[in-house]
Design a protein around this ligand. Structure first.
Ligand code: NI
Length: 205
């Protein structure tokens, strides 16, 4: 009888080891190759057209220029003003000849409240090279998807006010229209200016 228990215990250990090995093998083989996110999960960016204070604004209008894009909303209490101020400061670090080849777009994630008029006052307040644009909810959702932007309107309070939670990356688009960089919130104006300059120096094509 005793030998049978030994046999069962040994079998249990072998089965346990096999299960553990299978689990470990699966976990390690499903890990993404290399460091960070697999390339396929990076946002594609790409063209869009929305509307600004002077009518239709297309990303393609800026071809040949470096475009800095920020997604937010004019009523944002803190994150958007901080980010737009950093972009504005980066622009002010550029030489006039460099700035001529740069544009800024502030894309509203609150198309309900952000009229072209409100955006026309808001965005240039930070820097005259920043244009505020909006569109229908569906158009905004589409552009946000292209750039991997997260946003969510929060509950309306008793006064009818609400906030919009949103991701806060600053996107840098190369002169050929491709998405070149996604800079995290709190990137210094110097680093933003450097990212712009690196693209301006790159030979066309
Ligand atoms: Ni904001």
């Amino acid at each position: 009888m005793k030998s049978r228990y030994v046999y069962l215990a040994a079998a249990a250990i072998v089965v346990g080891a096999l299960v553990w090995l299978a689990f470990f093998w699966q976990a390690s083989s499903s890990a993404p190759p290399g460091r960070g996110q697999p390339f396929s999960q990076a946002p594609a960016g790409g063209d869009f057209h929305l509307k600004g204070p002077d009518g239709r604004v297309a990303l393609a209008d800026y071809r040949g220029k470096v475009v800095v894009i920020y997604f937010g909303y004019a009523f944002c209490p803190d994150v958007c003003p901080t980010s737009l101020a950093a972009v504005a400061q980066a622009f002010s670090l550029l030489a006039p000849a460099e700035l001529e080849r740069v544009g800024g777009l502030f894309i509203s994630l609150d198309p309900e409240r952000d009229t072209t008029e409100i955006l026309g006052n808001y965005a240039p307040f930070f820097h005259p090279a920043i244009t505020g644009v909006t569109g229908s909810s569906a158009e905004i959702a589409q552009v946000a998807r292209q750039y991997g932007v997260f946003y969510a309107k929060q509950k309306t309070d008793a006064n009818g006010a609400y906030t919009v939670d949103h991701s806060s990356l600053t996107y840098i688009v190369a002169p050929d229209g491709s998405l070149a960089a996604s800079l995290p919130h709190n990137t210094s104006p110097e680093a933003i200016a450097e990212a712009i300059r690196a693209l301006l120096k790159k030979p066309a094509g």
